[in-house]
Design a protein around this ligand. Structure first.
Ligand SMILES: [Zn+2]
Length: 307
């Protein structure tokens, strides 16, 4: 007991020392994916708070008062981009009173700037619904595009914090090397997915499909953000039977019972994946998230119990 005041005093000392040393760049990240990338690249130079949690649907993130406080104090904001945050971020930024992190501001870091979006709607084709108005925003599920996101984040951090530019460049170099190594492993791991026909709950696998050779033939949702209708489900089940689709991919934020019903009616297996880091147990980092998703898909394709 006698040592308590000393311990408290020491904690205060450390806190003061940290803040007087310029402390870390206060970064708010919209998703766990870009949060992890910012931490991997920025190391001790950044203190990152995250808005969305891994198991959530990024199109429906519940509000918390702390988000506004964090955004108000932020030195930088890192977003996935391509409208993924459309449901929650514009409203938060409106009340956060921090002009530099608005989309027009210097401290707004859009991780999607080097990624060419797929499924960009044209005026003749609004089939992707209102949730994906700028094209498919689920770019982070593909680790090769993840590397491009990391580069955008490193460049953004260097812009906001120029003295840290060499550190961010070095952090990016290390992270890209790690991703390159993992991507080579993942290509081997995911080999059984090549040519496999699948259905997902939400339209979020276009980049994964292109990377690893899955053949996506439909979604349980009628279109992104629009729930399944009985008519749509009948058509989907008929098509799955006709095309021998044996894999239903259910993202963890979406309900299992409907995915299971579709699978049971077609003799398919269900694989549960996440659309963001932190959505599956033990998969908090971006790297672990990609790996957990690929493993879940491969296990289901190979006939194991996936879940
Ligand atoms: Zn979506």
């Amino acid at each position: 007991m006698a040592s308590r005041p000393v311990e408290i005093a020491c904690v205060l000392c450390l806190t003061l020392a940290a803040s007087s040393a310029g402390a870390a760049l206060r970064v708010v990240a919209s998703t766990p994916d870009v949060a992890d990338m910012a931490r991997q690249i920025g190391g001790e130079r950044v203190a990152v708070e995250t808005i969305a949690a891994g198991g959530q649907d990024p199109h429906k993130v519940p509000m918390k008062p702390s988000f506004v406080t964090n955004l108000n104090r932020a030195d930088a904001l890192v977003v996935n981009g391509l409208g993924l945050e459309h449901a929650f971020l514009p409203g938060l930024l409106e009340v956060a009173s921090n002009p530099k992190i608005l989309p027009t501001g210097a401290a707004y870091i859009d991780a999607s700037i080097f990624v060419k979006p797929l499924e960009v709607p044209t005026s003749q084709n609004r089939s992707q619904g209102d949730l994906h108005p700028l094209g498919n925003p689920h770019i982070s599920l593909d680790p090769v595009r993840g590397k491009l996101m990391a580069r955008a984040i490193a460049e953004g951090l260097a812009r906001v914090d120029p003295p840290g530019a060499p550190a961010y460049q070095a952090g990016l170099g290390r992270y890209e090397a790690l991703l390159d190594e993992k991507i080579a492993e993942w290509e081997r791991l995911a080999a059984p997915l090549r040519g496999v026909k699948a259905v997902s709950y939400h339209q979020d696998l276009v980049y994964v499909a292109e990377r690893f050779g899955l053949d996506m033939v439909g979604t349980i949702e009628t279109k992104p953000g629009v729930p399944a209708t009985p008519g749509h489900l009948e058509e989907l089940v008929d098509r799955m039977k006709r095309e021998q689709v044996k894999l239903v991919i259910r993202e963890v934020a979406y309900e299992m019972p409907l995915a299971r019903t579709v699978a049971e009616r077609t003799g398919a297996r269900v694989a549960t994946i996440s659309t963001m880091a932190g959505g599956l147990p033990g998969a908090d980092s971006y790297v672990d998230f990609i790996e957990a998703n690929l493993r879940a898909l491969v296990v289901a394709v190979q006939g194991g119990a996936a879940g």
